[in-house]
Ligand binder design. Structure first.
Ligand code: SF4
Length: 373
């Protein structure tokens, strides 16, 4: 049980997750930790010490430069992270997927992707997702709930602990969930990950990937952050895109690309358009021509992705991505063909969770029915 009165130590606007849940200090910025510690009669400088320990994944009793009495008080009142490791799978290419169990017993997926001198962590922003993209395992699970900023940051902290002494250099919000549908927690997590007193991951090395929510894109542009933006485009016409990304029925391509232009203008960042190649559907000369018109004058790159095999979908012929890349390059579009890494560890979002739920929680009604979009 949370001791009576702990809420008095929390800065205004910091919500408790549940009445019986301790405050997760991993989700607090240094200024918020100052207020929390002030409630315990602690000087300001303790916040910097605590923040640094928290982002190294330390438990309170390992924070050796904090007084012993304070450490035991913190352990009574708060938590230093809330997730516990449930499973890990590693692929021959070094990619690894972690399943972390939250305090409410839901599973959170995180993927480690080493590539050359970069080490990228792909984090989840929600458990499940409401957006039902056709090729996505998470979309089939429906939305369970959004993650807190602390739960998002903890995924990176846990991976950093697991891959030490290699340093995590990049974070991408491409795991479970739609980041812009969990806007406040995601932006706060970016600020926490970027903070020089913690993991200090450069904002330019953090990418937010969205299925295309124009209001969220415009709002993110105004945050003064330099994060990269990736947009799941997957088609150049509304009729085709709506088949792959149901959110397109509410937010058509023209609105999405207009918001992308605003983002590029405001931040100076190039937009990455994600494009899963579905042969015969979205890789035609007509789609290439329309894509060139849509992106004309917009600093962007189109990432072609051979579809990650799911048990109930057809594997993609890798040659079709090459052919479509040729069509796009001929129209002056910058293109990259992305390898579908970590397929061996069920690298598409939601797949490990799907399987673990199937194995361990059979019969439990974990996911709500997906919302129609
Ligand atoms: S691709 Fe992203 S937005 Fe679409 S259903 Fe999957 S998690 Fe949700």
């Amino acid at each position: 049980m949370r001791p009576a009165g702990v809420g008095a130590y929390l800065p205004a606007g910091i919500a408790m997750k549940a009445p019986a849940t301790k405050a997760d200090l991993l989700g607090l910025l240094p200024d918020e930790l100052v207020l929390f510690l002030r409630g315990l009669g602690q000087p300001r400088y303790r916040a910097g010490q605590l923040f640094s320990w928290l982002h190294r994944g330390a438990a309170f009793d390992e924070m050796t430069d904090l007084p012993k009495l304070l450490r035991s008080r913190l352990a009574e009142l708060a938590s230093a992270g809330t997730l516990r490791a449930e499973a890990q799978e590693t692929a021959p290419d070094g990619a690894a997927k972690l399943a972390l169990r939250a305090t409410d017993e839901h599973l959170v997926e995180t993927v480690l992707l080493p590539h050359g001198r970069r080490t990228t962590v792909c984090v989840s922003s929600q458990i499940g997702c409401a957006y039902q993209c056709r090729f996505c395992a998470t979309g089939r699970q429906g939305l369970v709930r959004s993650l807190t900023a602390g739960e998002i940051v903890e995924q990176v902290v846990r991976v950093q602990q697991a891959c030490h002494p290699t340093r995590v250099t990049n974070v991408v919000f491409m795991g479970m969930g739609e980041p812009l549908a969990n806007y406040h927690a995601v932006v706060k997590a970016v600020r926490l990950l970027n903070h020089s007193g913690g993991l200090h991951i450069g904002a330019r090395h953090i990418a937010v990937s969205t299925c295309g929510l124009p209001d969220g894109i415009r709002r993110l542009a105004s945050e003064g952050l330099q994060v990269a933006l990736a947009i799941s485009l997957h088609a150049a016409t509304d009729d085709v895109r709506s088949q792959l990304v149901p959110a397109n029925r509410k937010h058509p391509i023209a609105e999405v690309v207009s918001a992308a232009r605003a983002y590029a203008e405001r931040t100076g960042r190039k937009i990455a358009f994600q494009y899963v190649v579905v042969p015969g559907l979205n890789d035609t000369p007509d789609q290439a021509r329309r894509l060139a018109a849509l992106t004309h004058g917009l600093p962007c790159i189109v990432n072609l992705i051979p579809c990650n095999p799911l048990s109930n979908s057809e594997p993609t012929d890798p040659r079709s991505a090459g052919r479509f890349a040729h069509l796009l390059r001929a129209r002056g579009i910058a293109v990259a063909i992305r390898r579908s890494r970590g397929a061996e560890v069920l690298g598409a979002c939601g797949q490990l969770r799907s399987r673990l739920i199937g194995q361990k929680d059979a019969g439990r009604a974990e996911a709500r029915p997906a919302k129609a979009r």
